[in-house]
Design a protein around this ligand. Structure first.
Ligand code: NAP
Length: 290
């Protein structure tokens, strides 16, 4: 039995489907079982739990061979945060996996580091270190930014004005990866015990600026107008004003500033040399899928 914490999310949903298609039994951990309704099926069970609540993880972990963590607290709400979910919640999952004798697969981020300017990346790194020190056989999968998340945001912000909203200047090259590619790698590592103790990094075939992404979204939607931009100065202002009252908005503004100016390109060749059958989906294919 495989536990997927975050099995209701964008990546988790695909991971659950991959594992079930392999004939594996999957238990989804969610704070609200109704969110897992789209995954109901013969090989799927659902358990209510919250990674910030250690007690809720004990029964969730019973009989589990591999626990996958695809959770994050970046968008809140309230006390859900990178510190409470990505660092402490993952530590709780590691402890529960240890008690149950399960292996652990942690979904982390390319760029996870103790000194990253992004709080989420620092918290992911702390979780990586905690898992590595725990003695629990752990595989870490680091991914670049999920392409579909940003395409959705650009489309949503274009809904009224016909002009997508870009946070920052929009010139910085960033690697985006299709979620399906990440899910295919997670499936591989769940079933491959030789990946324990390893960090595998996955990205997509293209490094693109937000302006390029916005332009592609416009063409695919049959819209012609250029994107709007929130300038970096306004993002800094947001982080230091409203961001102090609403931490998730502060996080988002600071993350946007980092994405606007840090080196976020990625070379995807090494992971595809290791797993030649892994999909490597280009932006055009994701847009064509709709
Ligand atoms: N999005 C990206 O660009 C990106 C890039 C690299 C890595 N990642 C990583 O990939 C993983 C999946 O990301 P995603 O974008 O697919 O996520 P998502 O769609 O936003 O879903 C987040 C998931 O986290 C779960 N969750 C949040 N707080 C929780 C808590 N306190 N207890 C239990 N579950 C909790 C939610 O479950 P319920 O709401 O059902 O409880 C949900 O399934 C995350 O680890 C993320 O950090 C994402």
């Amino acid at each position: 039995m495989i536990l997927v914490a975050g099995g209701t999310g964008r990546l988790g949903t695909l991971v659950v489907q991959h594992l079930v298609d392999r004939g594996l039994d999957v238990r989804i951990l969610t704070r609200d079982p109704a969110r897992a309704a789209h995954l109901a099926g013969e090989h799927v069970s659902v358990v209510r739990g919250d990674v910030t609540d250690r007690d809720s993880l004990v029964s969730a972990m019973e009989g589990i061979a591999v626990a996958v963590s695809a959770v994050h607290g970046f968008t809140g709400p309230r006390t859900n945060s990178p510190a409470s979910v990505d660092r402490d919640g993952n530590a709780n999952l590691v402890d529960a996996a240890k008690a149950a004798g399960a292996a652990f697969v942690l979904i982390s981020t390319v760029g996870a580091a103790a000194d990253s300017p992004m709080e989420l990346f620092r918290m992911k790194y702390a979780a990586e270190r905690y898992a590595a020190a725990s003695g629990v056989p752990t595989t870490i999968v680091r991914a670049t930014a999920f392409l579909e998340l940003w395409l959705d945001l650009l489309n949503q912000t274009a809904a009224r004005s016909g002009r997508p909203l870009v946070f920052g200047r929009g010139h910085n090259p960033i690697n985006f990866v299709a979620v399906a590619d990440v899910a295919a790698l997670v499936e591989q590592v769940v079933i491959d015990p030789t990946t324990r103790g390893k960090i595998l990094e996955i990205g997509g075939p293209e490094n693109l600026s937000f302006d390029q992404l916005a332009q592609a979204v416009q063409i695919a939607a049959g819209r012609a107008r250029p994107p709007r931009h929130i300038p970096p100065l306004l993002l800094s202002l947001m982080a230091n004003t409203v961001g102090r009252v609403k931490p998730q908005l502060g996080r988002q503004a600071r993350a946007a500033l980092t994405m606007d100016r840090s080196a976020l390109g990625f070379d995807t060749k090494p992971i595809h040399q290791r797993y030649p059958d892994l999909p490597c989906t280009a932006l055009a294919s994701v847009l064509a899928r709709g």
